[in-house]
Design a protein around this ligand. Structure first.
Ligand code: HEC
Ligand code: HEC
Ligand code: HEC
Ligand code: HEC
Ligand code: HEC
Ligand code: HEC
Ligand code: HEC
Ligand code: HEC
Length: 330
C-alpha cells in the first residue's frame, strides 16, 4: 500500500465573490481527470450557493482541519478563493473538498488527479493535461490578477512581473535557469497562442535552446561522437527550462537520468572489466576527485553532450588510460 501523505495545511492565500449567477463549491486546479507534474497548489472556489464559512480538504483519506473563510478581511483580499499547498502522493489521488455553512448540510465535491512525480515518466492515458490559460478560466482571475499584461510589464525582471503573482513558487529551487529566474517567460511562451495563451512556441528543443546557447549547440555538434539524444535534437529529456534542485537544472539527479536510458550499467561490472574480476568501479560519491565542487557521477567520466571518443569521455579524452589519470595518479 502506498503511504497516504498528509495534506500540508499551509495556507498560501485564500480569496468571496457575490455578484453573478450562483456557483457551487469547485476545485478549479487541478481539475478532475487531469495530471500534474508538481504538487504545488490546490485552487478552490467556495462559491455562493451556499456562502461558506469553512472548507476542509481530504487527500487519500487524510483530512485537514477546517480553513475558516468567513472573516471579512479574508473575503476582502481573496473573495471566495482558497489556495493551499497539498502533499499529493505520486500516482493517483482522490481529493475531496467539503464546505460548511451555518445551518446547512455540508457541500462536497471530489476529483481524481494523477501526480506524475517522475518527470521522465508518461502519464496514464485516462488522464489529460490541465490547461489554465483559456479565456473562460482566466476570466475568474481578472478581478485580482493582471491577466492581460502589456509588453512593458512582461519585460519586468523582478517579482512585480505579472507572471510572478502566480508562478513565483515554481522557481523556489536550488538551480534556476537564467531567463526564467528573471521572468522572461514570454521569450519561450507565446502570449498570442490560441485558444490557450502561453503555449510553447512550436520549434525543436535545439532551435529553442540554441537561440541563446548557439555557441554551446555548435560545440556539441563539433564533437566527433555526438550523444544519441543530442543527435536527435533533444534537450528537454535532460534539462528543465525553469528550475530544479539538480545542477544545470537537470530533471533528475545525474545517475538516475542516465540509468533511465542505460539500464544495467550499475548492475554489471563497469570500467574495471578485465582489471579486477567481478569488482565494479564506483559510479557515484559525494566528491569528484577531478572537480571538488561536484559530486562524483556518470558525468565525471562521460560528457553528456558528446566527445572525441566513442564512449564520450570528458575533456575530449580519446584513450581509456588517459581517462584514469584524470583521477588516479600513477
Ligand atoms: C478576490 C481576489 C482574487 C481572485 C479572484 C484570484 N486571486 Fe489568486 N491570489 C489573490 C491574492 C491576494 C494572492 C496573494 C498575492 C501575493 O501573495 O502576491 C493570490 C495568489 C495566488 C497564487 C499564488 C499562490 C502561491 O503562494 O503560490 C495563485 C497560484 C493564484 N492566486 C491563482 C489564482 C487563479 C488561478 C485565479 C483565478 C482562477 C485567482 N488566483 C483568482 C487574490 C485573488
Ligand atoms: C492568476 C494566476 C496566474 C497568472 C497571473 C499566470 N498564470 Fe500561468 N498558470 C496558472 C495556473 C494555476 C496554472 C496551472 C498550474 C501550474 O501549471 O502551475 C498555469 C499554467 C501555465 C502554463 C501551462 C499551460 C496552461 O495553460 O496550463 C503556462 C505555460 C503558464 N501558466 C505561463 C504563464 C505566463 C507566461 C504568465 C505571465 C504572462 C502566467 N502564466 C501568468 C496561473 C497563472
Ligand atoms: C527557455 C524557455 C522557457 C522559459 C524562459 C520559460 N519556459 Fe515555461 N516551458 C518551456 C517549455 C519548453 C515547456 C514545456 C515543457 C515540456 O514539455 O517538457 C514549458 C512549460 C511550462 C509550464 C507547464 C509545465 C510545467 O512545468 O508546469 C509552465 C507552468 C511554465 N512553462 C511556466 C513558465 C513561467 C511562469 C515562466 C517564466 C518564469 C517560464 N515558463 C519560462 C520553456 C520555457
Ligand atoms: C532567452 C535566452 C535563453 C534561452 C532561450 C535558453 N537559455 Fe539556458 N541560459 C540562459 C542564460 C542567460 C543562462 C545563465 C547564464 C549562463 O550560465 O550561461 C542560462 C543557463 C543555462 C544552463 C546552466 C548553465 C550552467 O553552467 O549551469 C543550462 C543547462 C541551460 N541554460 C540550458 C538551456 C536549455 C536546455 C534551453 C532550452 C530549453 C535553454 N537553456 C534556453 C539563457 C537562455
Ligand atoms: C543526456 C542528457 C542531456 C541532454 C540530452 C542535454 N544535456 Fe546539457 N547537460 C547535461 C548534464 C548532465 C550537464 C551537467 C554536466 C556537468 O557539468 O557535469 C549538462 C550541462 C549543460 C550546460 C552547462 C554546462 C556546459 O556544458 O556549458 C548547458 C549550457 C547545456 N547542458 C545545454 C544543453 C542543450 C542546449 C541541450 C540540447 C541541445 C542539452 N544540454 C542536452 C545533460 C544533458
Ligand atoms: C533519453 C535517453 C538517454 C539518456 C537520458 C542518456 N543517454 Fe546515453 N545514449 C542514448 C542513446 C540513444 C545513445 C546512442 C545509442 C547507443 O549507443 O546506445 C547513447 C549513447 C551513450 C554512450 C555511448 C555508448 C557506446 O556504446 O558508444 C555513452 C557513454 C552514454 N550514452 C552515456 C550517457 C550518460 C553518462 C548519460 C547521463 C548523463 C546518458 N548517456 C543519458 C540515450 C540516452
Ligand atoms: C570512472 C569513470 C566512469 C564512470 C563513473 C562511469 N563510466 Fe561509463 N564508461 C567508462 C569507461 C572507461 C567505459 C568504456 C568501457 C570499456 O572500455 O570497457 C564506459 C562505457 C560506458 C557505456 C558504453 C557501454 C558499455 O557499458 O561499455 C555506457 C552506456 C556508459 N559507460 C554509461 C555510464 C553511466 C550511465 C554511468 C553512471 C551510472 C557511467 N557510465 C559511469 C567510465 C565510466
Ligand atoms: C572522475 C574520476 C575518476 C576517473 C576518471 C577514474 N576513477 Fe577510479 N575511482 C574514482 C573514485 C572516486 C574511486 C573511489 C575512491 C578511491 O578509491 O579513490 C575510484 C576507485 C577506483 C579503484 C578502486 C576500486 C575499489 O572498489 O576500491 C580502481 C581500481 C579504479 N578506480 C580504477 C580506475 C580506472 C582503471 C580508471 C580508468 C578507466 C578510473 N579508475 C577512472 C574516480 C575516478
Amino acid at each position: 500500500m502506498r503511504s497516504a501523505s498528509l495534506l500540508l495545511g499551509a495556507l498560501l492565500s485564500g480569496m468571496l465573490i457575490s455578484s453573478g449567477p450562483a456557483v457551487a463549491l469547485e476545485l478549479l486546479y487541478p481539475a478532475d481527470g487531469t495530471y500534474v507534474i508538481r504538487s504545488n497548489y490546490l485552487i478552490i472556489r467556495g462559491g455562493d450557493n451556499p456562502v461558506l464559512d469553512g472548507i476542509s480538504i481530504e487527500i487519500n483519506g487524510i483530512k485537514s482541519d477546517v480553513f475558516t473563510v468567513s472573516n471579512p478581511q479574508y473575503r476582502e483580499a481573496f473573495g471566495d478563493f482558497l489556495v493551499v499547498e497539498p502533499d499529493l502522493d505520486p500516482g493517483e489521488n482522490l481529493i475531496t473538498i467539503e464546505g460548511y455553512a451555518e445551518d446547512k448540510p455540508p457541500v462536497k465535491t471530489s476529483a481524481k488527479v494523477f501526480f506524475l512525480k517522475d518527470p521522465a515518466a508518461v502519464p496514464p492515458g485516462n488522464y489529460r493535461p490541465y490547461v489554465m490559460h483559456l479565456p473562460e478560466r482566466e476570466a475568474l482571475c481578472v478581478k485580482c490578477h493582471n491577466m492581460t499584461p502589456t509588453a512593458k510589464a512582461l519585460a519586468g525582471v523582478t517579482a512585480t512581473n505579472p507572471c510572478a503573482s502566480c508562478h513565483a513558487r515554481m522557481l523556489n529551487r536550488k538551480h534556476v535557469h537564467g531567463p526564467a529566474g528573471v521572468y522572461q517567460c514570454t521569450y519561450c511562451h507565446d502570449q498570442n497562442s490560441k485558444p490557450a495563451k502561453y503555449q510553447v512556441k512550436p520549434q525543436s528543443d535545439a532551435a529553442m535552446c540554441g537561440d541563446c546557447h548557439s555557441d554551446k549547440v555548435a560545440e556539441f555538434r563539433k564533437n566527433k561522437f555526438v550523444h544519441g539524444p543530442i543527435e536527435a535534437g533533444m534537450c528537454l529529456v535532460c534539462h528543465d527550462s525553469h528550475a530544479t534542485n539538480e545542477i544545470a537544472q537537470l530533471i533528475l539527479p545525474v545517475n538516475t537520468l542516465c540509468l533511465n536510458c542505460h539500464a544495467g550499467v550499475d548492475t554489471t561490472v563497469h570500467v574495471l572489466r578485465g582489471i579486477s574480476s567481478g569488482k565494479s568501479h564506483p559510479l557515484e560519491g559525494s566528491v569528484d576527485p577531478s572537480n571538488s565542487g561536484r559530486s562524483f557521477s556518470c558525468a565525471s567520466c562521460h560528457n553528456p553532450h558528446g566527445g572525441m571518443s566513442e564512449k564520450l569521455f570528458v575533456r575530449d579524452i580519446s584513450d581509456r588510460m588517459l581517462l584514469c589519470k584524470v583521477c588516479h595518479q600513477k
